[in-house]
Design a protein around this ligand. Structure first.
Ligand SMILES: CC(C)(COP(=O)(O)OP(=O)(O)OC[C@H]1O[C@@H](n2cnc3c(N)ncnc32)[C@H](O)[C@@H]1OP(=O)(O)O)[C@@H](O)C(=O)NCCC(=O)NCCS
Length: 181
């Protein structure tokens, strides 16, 4: 399980962006709808909306999950949901608003989550991505994930899933990639 203090140990830290500042930190319940809408539009396109506001909200109150956002001027521009178990963490959702992509925001979200994993002593992250999502696959590979399996029809029998795994370097050399400072 996630160490009990990990939900509050990493509140916010400033991250600089070329054109604007953004913060990364735990989401508040009032941001569940914004996260859900982004998920619907950029992750779940073409499928039945699964990550509804209610489902995202439930994760806010689930002690085994961290809901993390990137905010600019109070607006949610990126999000990540990670579920923790004893031996690994599962990255359930990750997304960045289209007009904010390729600025290191997803990398910073991932680095924030990896910091919580270090506290909890968890070194393995699992994730899935739609097979046709070449951009996300490139992102994960750039962040040290390896593709290890494919499940046909995993996404509502519409699309295959590529399964990915990353083992954190507990020595720190490969930890905290991206723009987080
Ligand atoms: C995948 C996603 C989260 C990446 O977010 P991001 O903030 O743009 O990622 P970063 O800026 O941190 O990218 C870091 C590196 O990943 C790689 N990368 C990211 N997006 C890429 C793309 N579309 N094509 C190729 N490489 C990409 C690049 O190497 C990039 O470094 P560079 O910009 O210096 O070349 C974002 O494109 C997104 O939200 N996509 C829609 C939702 C989604 O697919 N989520 C993942 C599955 S749940």
């Amino acid at each position: 399980m996630l160490a009990s203090g990990a939900h509050t140990s990493f509140t916010y830290y400033k991250t600089s962006l070329m054109i604007a500042d953004y913060d990364i930190g735990l989401a508040v319940p009032g941001e569940a709808a914004a996260i859900a809408r982004l998920s619907r539009d950029i992750v779940e396109y073409g499928m039945t909306w699964g990550w509804t506001p209610r489902r995202v909200l439930a994760r806010h109150f689930d002690r085994s999950t961290n809901v993390v956002v990137a905010r600019s001027s109070g607006i949610v521009i990126g999000f990540a949901l990670m579920e923790y178990s004893d031996d690994y963490a599962h990255l359930l959702l990750l997304g960045v608003a289209p007009n904010c992509q390729r600025r290191g925001i997803a990398s910073a979200l991932l680095a924030w989550l990896e910091a919580t994993l270090r506290v909890a002593g968890i070194v393995r992250i699992l994730a899935e991505v739609r097979e046709t999502n070449e951009g996300a696959r490139a992102f994960y590979q750039s962040r040290g994930f390896e593709e290890y399996a494919l499940t046909p029809g995993y996404y509502q029998k519409i699309e295959n899933a590529v399964h990915l795994s990353k083992v954190l370097n507990v020595g720190g050399a490969s930890f905290g990639q991206g723009n987080a400072q």
